[in-house]
Design a protein around this ligand. Structure first.
Ligand SMILES: [Zn+2]
Length: 325
């Protein structure tokens, strides 16, 4: 026998429909979907000539920029941040860059590993999500030996990239690997030296540590450019293929919303802030003039874009999203 809808049920449904102004929907769609609460995997791919570039996120960290930035007055800082809809502390990206030249796989910087807490140290997971394995990396280029750039060199007490040769400026290695410099440093700076020694020694022991001097081509198409200031041996890396050029800036700047417009703003992390500001001005001017790509460790992920002059300073133009490979 065919079931019939009872008249009172139909009446209630009609009243409910009229009251809500909407048709009744199945009960399953009324249950709230659980929130996912995780970000998409942290990698971004683009081609640079014949090279494949994959930006790999190591995560983000909250920077109390109001306490860290120097050579700027609090009202100016607040104004610059509010123009960017930000306020201190600013959630700050830590980006690393993987370049597949077709012949070699080269990683620039390694993130923080386990030196900075749970919001960082995501490089290896994102590297794997991006389709690569740590064993495949031939060379690791380090911009400088601060913990958020070198901490990923080890996984536990083993080399995270067992087949990679580590390259960095000799001036940088000499400064941070010196027991003499460590002795002279204040108590709260000791760990910086200890970390550098702990991370680099396993590579040195395996004869996989190759410091360089001056502006040197390390891999065909990838060249180190001295950028001393933020640290004594801070290096930029220029990547070039088929007339396409990208310069990886390391810590040339930390707070994009402030320092592009005013490159004279410095940060307490600078070992020589005057030299760091001069390097920043020179690098911004060159990037704006030549029109090449730039990539920065602490510009919002993926931290790849261009620089355009504006007023007395510059604006950063983030890369246009691409799915073309
Ligand atoms: Zn940094």
């Amino acid at each position: 026998m065919k079931m019939r809808t009872s008249p009172w049920r139909a009446a209630i449904a009609a009243v409910l429909t009229a009251a809500s102004g909407a048709a009744l929907v199945p009960a399953t769609a009324q249950a709230a979907a659980p929130m996912v609460k995780t970000q998409a995997p942290g990698y971004y791919r683009m081609m640079l000539g014949d090279f494949e570039l994959t930006v790999l996120s190591d995560g983000t960290v909250d920077l109390p920029v109001d306490k860290l930035l120097t050579n700027i007055k609090p009202p100016q800082l607040e104004k610059a941040l509010s123009r960017a809809h930000l306020k201190a502390p600013v959630e700050t990206s830590v980006n690393t860059f993987l370049i597949n030249t077709g012949a070699q796989l080269v990683l620039v910087d390694t993130g923080a590993g386990n030196l900075f807490g749970p919001t960082l140290g995501k490089l290896l997971a994102n590297l794997k999500a991006a389709g690569y394995q740590p064993e495949q990396i031939d060379a690791v280029l380090i911009t400088h030996l601060h913990p958020d750039h070198l901490g990923g060199l080890l996984a536990g007490d083993k080399r995270a990239f067992p087949n990679a040769t580590v390259h960095l400026a000799k001036a940088e290695a000499d400064f941070w690997m010196s027991a003499e410099n460590m002795k002279k440093a204040p108590a709260d700076a000791q760990s910086g030296f200890q970390n550098a020694m702990a991370m680099l020694t396993p590579y040195a022991t395996a004869d996989k540590l190759k410091p360089f001097e001056g502006d040197t081509e390390l891999v065909p198409g990838i060249k180190a450019i001295s950028n001393a200031g933020h640290t004594p041996g801070h290096s930029n890396y220029a990547v070039e293929s088929k007339g396409q050029k990208l310069v990886l800036w390391g810590d040339l700047l930390h707070v994009a919303s402030v320092q592009f417009a005013d490159p004279s703003v410095t940060i307490q992390f600078d070992s020589d802030s005057k030299a760091a500001a001069a390097q920043r001005k020179k690098a911004f001017a060159d990037a704006a003039k030549q029109g090449y790509w730039v990539g920065a460790a602490h510009v919002s992920f993926p931290g790849i874009g261009h620089v355009t002059p504006e007023g007395k300073g510059y604006v950063y133009v983030p890369a246009n999203y691409t799915t073309k490979q």
